[in-house]
Design a protein around this ligand. Structure first.
Ligand SMILES: Cc1ncc(C[n+]2csc(CCOP(=O)(O)OP(=O)(O)O)c2C)c(N)n1
Ligand SMILES: [Mg+2]
Length: 295
């Protein structure tokens, strides 16, 4: 993994804020770090303005730590709570008009593959349940049908949290929300099941209560998207503000969901299973993005 992208020119090195110097000296670039190493390196998500106990903030922190090549990763987002921390990470980030994220990500992935043929440039959509399952469902499904080599991560808090609590297609049947006082009239949209039949080579459904597992599936999804085709990770990221539980109960809420409607599930194509098996035998060789070719 290259550190070139974050290394300052000598003349500016001393002028940079301490946070940036720390990132260069002790960040995740240039070494193989994962969720298991959190606390031992300078993270690319340093601060965030989310509500106390925000499940989305935790999910962003964990997935950022799990990226195999953060310096060569482009995150594509859309309006929603995750936007607040994603714009503050030391990652390449592109925001889109609400719902367009998978269409934009697919185009950027194709462009990056042409521009940097020697390097794996990972394109990862990170967006909310409303952005993916409602307004963006068309673009999401079509990116899967077309077998675009991108990863889609849904941060599912089962509500339009950012705009004050309208119901989303991923809200649960009967759920009463700030701006859905009569309760949701239909069940969660089965996006995970749709991913299985729409071309994704790998999918996983997890919660923020299992950080190592979340890290593992994000890494799998990103590596498989490089080689084989679209991948999907659906993360339950509970929202204390809208679901009205105390902010120190987020992990408890996620654990309860695991026993109820958010049990762990993973699917993969035969080729994906073969790839992951090979990865176990020669991990470094396959995960490292080669240095860019000299122009
Ligand atoms: C075209 C368009 N419609 C509506 C909005 C307003 N809007 C911004 S965020 C959002 C809801 C996001 O919900 P979700 O994707 O679940 O993310 P969360 O905030 O819950 O993390 C809406 C409706 C917008 N920005 N653009
Ligand atoms: Mg949401």
């Amino acid at each position: 993994m290259s550190t070139k992208i974050i290394t300052p020119v000598a003349e500016f090195a001393e002028l940079l804020p301490q946070e940036y110097k720390d990132l260069v000296a002790r960040g995740p670039h240039g070494g193989r770090r994962s969720v298991r190493d959190l606390g031992t390196f300078k993270e690319i998500v340093d601060e965030h303005p989310h509500c106390a106990g925000c499940g989305v903030a935790l999910a962003v922190r964990l997935l950022a730590a799990a990226l195999p090549s953060p310096a060569d990763t482009l995150i594509v987002g859309t309006p929603g709570c995750s936007f607040f921390s994603l714009v503050q990470t030391a990652l390449n980030y592109s925001n889109t008009a609400f719902g367009n994220q998978n269409a934009v990500a697919a185009g950027l992935k194709r462009m990056l593959a042409i521009r940097f043929p020697q390097v794996h440039k990972d394109v990862v959509v990170v967006a909310g349940d409303g952005g993916i399952a409602d307004i963006g469902l068309d673009m999401t499904l079509h990116s899967w049908f077309r077998r675009e080599k991108i990863t889609t991560v849904m941060l599912d808090n089962e509500v339009y949290a950012n705009t004050g609590g309208q119901e989303s297609g991923m809200s649960r049947l009967g759920r009463v929300l700030n701006m859905a006082p009569r309760g949701k009239l239909f069940p969660k949209i089965p996006v995970f099941e749709l991913a299985k039949v729409s071309g994704c080579v790998y999918g996983a459904r997890v919660t923020v209560a299992g950080p190592y597992r979340l890290g593992r599936v994000v890494r799998n999804a990103v590596l498989l998207a490089r080689e084989l085709g679209p991948t999907y990770v659906q993360v339950y990221a509970p929202c204390p503000t809208n679901m009205k539980f105390p902010p120190d109960q987020t992990l408890k809420a996620a654990k309860e969901a695991e026993k109820d409607h958010y049990s762990f599930e993973e699917f993969m194509s035969t080729e994906a299973a073969e790839y992951l098996a090979r990865l176990k035998t020669a991990p470094e060789e396959r995960e490292e993005a080669p240095e860019p070719a000299k122009p």
